[in-house]
Write a protein that binds this ligand. Structure first.
Ligand code: PMT
Length: 408
């Protein structure tokens, strides 16, 4: 009889343990044992190369389940369904994860059972990288890890120490007890309040070309919209961030679509809104664009220059007209008669609520890390103090959550 010290975090949880071809695969045996003795159910998927490092017999004995390596069982042709494995698991843990497997995960390659399972998994995914220090430090590996992290994959940092090559540095897989604790933490994280919801967020400034070197734009840095996208993603939502040009990094777990003009922003936002539960229109969109952008640089003359402008499409108003049961949040950036203008936009663009910021308030509006806003809906106005843009984003997300709650 196996002795177990059931852990509240891991007890009864279903863990899919992926093992790849690394010398650290021997630690997967200890890891499997730790997970089992904490009360978890463990199924193991190995890459073909992993079998060279640790035997399927060892892992089958420890996990008390058959080991899966191939798409088909060579004995009887039975299909090993990566989809049902992905659905079965509460957590998919790949330990050790080689540079090769990380690269394939980042690229979406699906040439073995472990990779197809990863691509099908809807549960949290964690990887414990294991490789030589130079491979770990290589920009390609670091980029792959960043890509995976941005998509929500959790990384168990490798440790520094002596490596299989004899060199010393960072790349050693974390110890099994560290990995088991990490998975326990991951599984105990509160269920995300916006899990299963999709949002489109617009952010930043649009750019309307006058000629190949000049354009019409505004001062928006994208900070406010990026903070909202990041906050919604942290609460479990799937977020498409339609972004004007900015130097900001993509918030973790957010899909960014880069656009330049108001027309491009309209097309990307309208497409994402089709599949969304809601939208937050934070971008500062040009209301006018040159009737025709010159294809050669305009020469300067002595007199005045007049550029004919035409209206751009109002993204928020068009989405508001077609929103149906979806939620739509707008912004109003004002310089005078703030509340009246915001209320007019709330009604005309069919927003559920509007976030008013005024350039008359110190610390509000463009570029800075703070904002001072009022949240206005058809029942009234809530004025917030000067807050960081991250905190403003949290207050907006709280409202969105309340509006999407079943009893709302
Ligand atoms: O990016 P930061 O530097 O952090 O600055 C943040 C911000 C000041 C840009 C942000 O807080 C803000 O106020 N964004 C909205 C700016 C704006 O264009 O407001 P508006 O009052 O002109 O537009 C009203 C609403 O219609 C907004 O939701 C806007 O996104 C939307 N709109 C406007 C015109 C248009 N053609 N399409 C739109 O969707």
């Amino acid at each position: 009889m196996e002795r177990t010290t059931e852990s509240p975090r891991l007890g009864g949880r279903r863990i899919l343990l992926g093992i790849t071809g690394s010398i650290a695969a021997y630690k997967a045996a200890v890891l499997c044992r730790l997970l089992k003795s904490a009360g978890a159910e463990v199924r193991v998927v190995m890459t073909p190369l992993a079998k060279q490092f640790i035997t399927p017999l060892t892992m089958a004995t420890l996990s008390k389940n058959p080991i899966l390596v191939e798409f088909f069982d060579p004995e009887n042709g039975a299909w090993n369904s990566h989809v049902s494995l992905g659905e079965w698991a509460d957590c998919c843990l790949i330990a050790p994860a080689t540079a090769n497997t990380l690269a394939k995960m980042a690229a979406g390659v699906a040439d073995n059972l472990l990779l197809t399972t990863y691509l099908s998994a809807r549960c949290p995914v964690a990887v414990a990288p294991a490789m030589d220090l130079d491979m770990y430090a290589h920009p390609a590996t670091q980029q792959n890890l960043r890509t995976l992290a941005e998509r929500g994959v959790r990384i168990v940092e490798p440790a520094e120490g002596e490596l299989a090559s004899g060199l010393t540095g960072k790349g050693r897989m974390a110890e099994p007890d560290t990995i088991a604790a990490f998975v326990g933490e991951l599984l105990s994280e509160k269920k995300k309040s916006l899990q299963g919801k999709r949002f489109v967020v617009t952010a930043g400034a649009t750019i309307e070309p006058i000629d190949p070197v000049r354009f019409i734009s505004n001062h928006s840095s994208g900070k406010m919209g990026y903070a909202i996208a990041g906050e919604l993603a942290r609460r479990g939502a799937q977020v498409t961030l339609v972004s004007g040009r900015t130097a900001l990094p993509v918030p973790e777990g957010v899909d960014r679509v880069d656009v330049l003009s108001a027309q491009e922003m309209f097309e990307a936002a309208a497409e994402a809104f089709e599949r969304a539960d809601g939208g937050v229109m934070c971008a500062a969109v040009a209301d006018y664009t040159p009737v025709a952008a010159a294809d050669r640089k305009l020469r300067k003359g002595d007199g005045e220059l007049t550029i004919a402008l035409r209206r751009t499409r109002d993204i928020a108003a068009e989405l508001g007209a077609r929103k149906g049961r979806r939620l739509l949040v707008g912004f109003a950036l004002e310089t005078h008669d703030e509340v009246a203008h915001a209320e007019e936009k709330l009604a005309r663009k069919n927003f559920d609520f509007i976030v008013l910021n005024s350039l008359r308030d110190a610390g509000a509006g463009f570029r800075g890390d703070t904002n001072k806003v009022s949240l206005i809906d058809r029942t009234g106005r809530e004025e917030l103090p000067l807050l960081s843009k991250t905190e403003v984003a949290a207050r907006i997300a709280d409202r969105i959550e309340a509006l999407l709650a079943p009893e709302a």
